[in-house]
Write a protein that binds this ligand. Structure first.
Ligand SMILES: Cc1cc2nc3c(=O)[nH]c(=O)nc-3n(C[C@H](O)[C@H](O)[C@H](O)COP(=O)(O)OP(=O)(O)OC[C@H]3O[C@@H](n4cnc5c(N)ncnc54)[C@H](O)[C@@H]3O)c2cc1C
Length: 417
């Protein structure tokens, strides 16, 4: 820990992004207050698939996607589903999403994702070490499997984008797949394998463990919902929480999907939509893959975790308020049984979470253009566990007056102006 700066920074939201930001700010010597009305890591960061995939620089919106659009509306159990009644509200976001998937934009988006995602393991390393959490990270590679040559070919542009990061990618046939993962269904004929990828064995415990270390090192966790940010002369002076006013010298907004109303109060309208995702966790699956498996055709991932086998994925666009549709979680079980025949599902748990998604797959990261001491760090979409560590470093660089170590232009909130 360095010398103290005498400045107090409020971090709003104790998901993986906020907790890592708080820790990096603390390491720079700031007095940090981490606000969350829930406990650390209890929302989206609790139930993700745990994938840490530095070369996963493929935007969610990709060329050719439009021809799949009718399916989005017709199949409630499909990998991407838009609830009919929510469609009018989702339309402006969907329009921007489709535009972001144009061939001329994906190269720049992918390069920006690479700048944030590629350093992920290095940026997590000092935090894991100091909190004694290294056992939660496994860099044992990820296997992306396909049921046909045609499915592999359809994914080729994505593989090319991943290769552009310099990551080693091995293309495998049926025999190689069988050797690596003998319990996988025989229907998988092609795969690509990325050795440098990995996964976290317990995403919820990761956040809790980092938050516990933050508190042990003198950080304060305040269990309050932040209602507003008090601004005077273009700078944040205090955050107003359920329990009252807290004077601060800087604010980081990292409340995931719930960041939208907070930044709206500051005068920014950000297109942030929830991609609702589901998981099932099987405590005694009877079979366990050696590494994280991604079934590209099904758009789901299966991760060996401390709690059992977690099967997760799917995108449901239905807003924040609709109750979960657990038929989608049941569908994950069906798909899991097809991927690993003989899978035991007894005692499984299910969950739904809100991925905070911008239309262009990039988070909002950087200083507020209108406030001297406010930083935005939200909207990490499908990759918040992956992107959190570099986000935390960059946030600390900004608020400590150092030059940011990545180009922040693609992440600016002003791209939505
Ligand atoms: C099914 C599924 C699978 C996924 N798989 C992966 C994966 O394999 N790899 C990966 O990198 N990412 C994955 N993700 C995405 C990842 O989980 C998210 O990007 C990440 O958790 C977002 O973290 P966050 O800290 O921004 O948000 P959250 O974890 O949602 O945290 C936001 C916090 O802010 C708090 N908050 C909200 N409003 C306020 C307020 N006004 N005042 C105070 N606190 C507030 C909330 O209580 C919450 O704790 C997956 C997501 C889902 C749903």
């Amino acid at each position: 820990m360095g010398e103290t700066t005498g400045r107090t920074i409020a971090v709003i939201g104790a998901g993986i992004v906020g907790t890592v930001c708080a820790t990096y700010l603390q390491r720079d010597g700031h007095t940090v207050i981490l606000f969350d009305h829930n406990g650390p890591g209890e929302m989206t960061s609790f139930g993700n698939t745990g994938g840490i995939s530095p070369a996963s620089v493929v935007p969610i919106a990709m060329p050719g996607m439009l021809k799949d659009a009718p399916k989005w509306l017709l199949d409630p159990s499909g990998p991407l589903y838009v609830k009919w009644s929510y469609l009018p509200r989702a339309m402006p976001w969907l329009a921007q999403f489709i535009l972001a998937g144009s061939r001329k934009r994906i190269g720049a988006i992918s390069a920006a994702l690479a700048s944030l995602n590629m350093p992920t393991f290095d940026a997590y390393a000092p935090l894991l070490k100091s909190a004694g959490l290294q056992h939660l990270f496994h860099q044992t590679g990820q296997l992306f499997v396909y049921r046909s040559e045609a499915a592999f070919e359809k994914d080729r542009l994505g593989i090319v984008l991943k290769q552009a990061t310099g990551a080693r990618i091995d293309v495998l046939g049926a025999d190689d797949i069988r050797q690596m993962e003998p319990a996988l269904d025989r229907g998988f004929v092609k795969a690509h394998y990325i050795e440098s990828h990995g996964h976290c064995k317990n995403p919820g415990e990761l956040v809790k463990g980092l938050a516990a270390q933050f508190a042990q090192d003198g950080g304060t966790i305040v269990k309050e919902r932040v209602r507003s940010i008090e601004i005077a002369n273009g700078e944040a002076r205090a955050v107003i929480g359920d329990g009252g006013r807290h004077a601060v010298d800087g604010v980081v907004i990292c409340a995931g999907i719930w960041s939208k109303p907070l930044v709206r109060q500051l005068g920014f309208d950000v297109p942030l939509e929830t991609h609702r995702g589901y998981h099932v966790t099987l405590p005694e699956p009877g079979t366990m893959p050696n590494r994280m498996i991604l079934s590209v055709d099904d758009k789901i991932a299966l991760t060996p975790m401390e709690m059992g086998l977690r099967i997760a994925g799917t995108v449901e666009i239905a807003g924040l308020d609709a109750p979960p549709n657990y038929a989608r979680a049941e569908k994950l079980l069906d798909l899991g049984r097809r991927i690993f025949p003989g899978l035991q599902t007894k005692g499984y748990t299910q969950w739904m979470g809100h991925r905070p998604c911008t239309p262009d797959s990039l988070p909002v990261l950087g200083p507020s253009p209108r406030h001297r001491n406010v930083v935005f760090a939200f909207g990490h979409g499908h990759q918040g566990l992956l992107g959190a560590s570099k986000t935390g470093q960059v946030t600390a660089e900004i608020l400590s007056g150092r030059r940011p170590s990545i180009n922040l232009a693609p992440f600016s909130i002003e791209r939505f102006a």
